[in-house]
Design a protein around this ligand. Structure first.
Ligand SMILES: [Zn+2]
Length: 411
């Protein structure tokens, strides 16, 4: 067996957090022509480091392969756009950003966030390795470098005279294979009095709310606050504030500055969250290794629901084609034997098939044509948005089902 080492602290990895079997890459949607071909499956097994408690996956595919063409366009989610607009308003006010400040976003996607800074006359630069989404941003007039971020790029930018007053990274930290290279790049890029905000799903919520489906190959690391704090400290950065957000089932937004910058005192929310994680057992290995049993039970409950529904002659369709849905369906072994099809608002996914399970993806209009009994909400983090948008299924007695934290019919 290969010896694995922690992506952050280099300790050898011996403890399994959860084993989800084998699964295809969650964002490799298939075309009709690919249905007749074989598909690569990879182990989906998360380890936890017994020294720094970073939960992490092996890297199977180079980020080049995963991210050079990316099916996720941030601007297709209303909730996410609203989140981006509110963030801009808050951060500009709190830190007094104006036309003199430089904002740099890492993984800037299609410009869903930077557009709001541009509207306020604040200079921006996006960094986005996926050509297809970056191109959309550039066409919208958002300056974007089509590259991966790390120490190298940071050094080149600094040499060229670009440093940031604000560095933003939303849902990128989990994707980074060379974590130390990435964080040391942040340190370089930041002006002496600048700040960094990063958002990432919170491991505490993943565990307490059973969100095992947020584990997929593209997410290489899963962070608690205390582990992120250690990683940043190792690179001369301090987390001076933290917020808990409802996004993606429960995320953290951490605020970082240079360790040498004493203008921003460490806030009470940092102290409180650190204490809460310690109380939840996050500094003990047994807390992590006991998680796997909870995941197996969630699978049994989902299957029990689907089997009972099919025995009663009910039709079930999916809503959404998110990466997390692919983990869930592949781990549970659910294909079109249970779920007739799914729908997605993004035209980039319509007409394709889910990886592994090969469930077809249609336009949402299909639902009112086929009038299914159950609509299984795969992006359960958007359940409020979706139950509102799709409320008309109630006209024919249709019901919503969420799989996480526990399979449940919403009445
Ligand atoms: Zn470690």
């Amino acid at each position: 067996m290969n010896i694995r080492y922690c992506r952050f602290c280099n300790a050898s990895l011996q403890d399994i957090f959860v084993d989800l079997g084998v699964s295809p890459l969650a964002n490799s949607y298939l075309t009709q022509a690919q249905l007749g071909q074989m598909e690569p499956f990879y182990p989906l097994r998360a380890y936890v480091c017994n020294r720094c408690f970073l939960v992490q996956l092996d890297e199977f595919e180079s980020p080049d392969h995963i991210f050079s063409s990316y099916a996720y366009f941030s601007s297709y989610s209303d909730t996410w756009l609203q989140h981006a607009r509110m963030y801009t308003e808050m951060i500009v006010k709190r830190f007094g950003l104006d036309g003199q400040g430089q904002v740099i976003e890492i993984a800037s996607n299609d410009g869903y966030l930077l557009q709001y800074f541009i509207a306020r006359g604040i200079p921006v630069l996006g960094i986005e390795p996926a050509v297809n989404v970056a191109t959309v941003a550039i066409e919208k007039g958002i300056p974007t470098l089509i590259e991966f971020f790390g120490e190298n790029l940071a050094r080149r930018l600094v040499t060229g005279g670009t440093q940031a007053d604000l560095v933003v990274g939303n849902n990128v930290l989990a994707h980074v294979p060379r974590l130390n290279d990435f964080v040391s790049g942040l340190k370089l890029l930041l002006k002496p009095r600048g700040l960094i905000t990063l958002e990432f799903p919170h491991l505490l919520r993943l565990m307490s709310e059973n969100q095992f489906d947020t584990i997929y190959h593209e997410h290489l690391s899963y962070f608690s606050f205390i582990t992120v704090e250690k990683i940043f400290a190792a690179h001369g950065l301090v987390l001076f504030d933290v917020e808990e957000l409802p996004t993606h089932g429960g995320s953290l937004r951490v605020y970082a500055c240079h360790a040498e910058d004493h203008s921003k005192g460490v806030g009470s929310r940092v102290v409180a969250l650190r204490a809460r994680e310690e109380a939840a057992g996050f500094t003990r290995i047994d807390t992590y290794v006991s998680y796997a049993e909870q995941v197996k039970e969630a699978k049994r409950k989902i299957l029990a629901f689907l089997i009972a529904a099919k025995r009663e002659g009910k039709s079930i369709v999916g809503y959404g084609a998110p990466a997390k849905g692919n983990t869930l369906l592949n781990y549970c072994g659910v294909r079109s034997d249970f779920i007739d099809y799914t729908v997605d608002r993004s035209p980039h996914k319509q007409g394709l098939f889910l990886p592994g399970t090969r469930i077809p993806i249609y336009h949402p209009d299909r639902i009112k044509e086929t009038r299914p009994h159950y609509l299984l909400i795969l992006p359960w983090n958007l359940r409020d948005e979706i139950t509102e948008q799709m409320g008309n299924i109630r006209q024919w007695g249709g019901q919503f089902v969420v799989p996480i934290p526990e399979v449940k019919v919403i009445t």
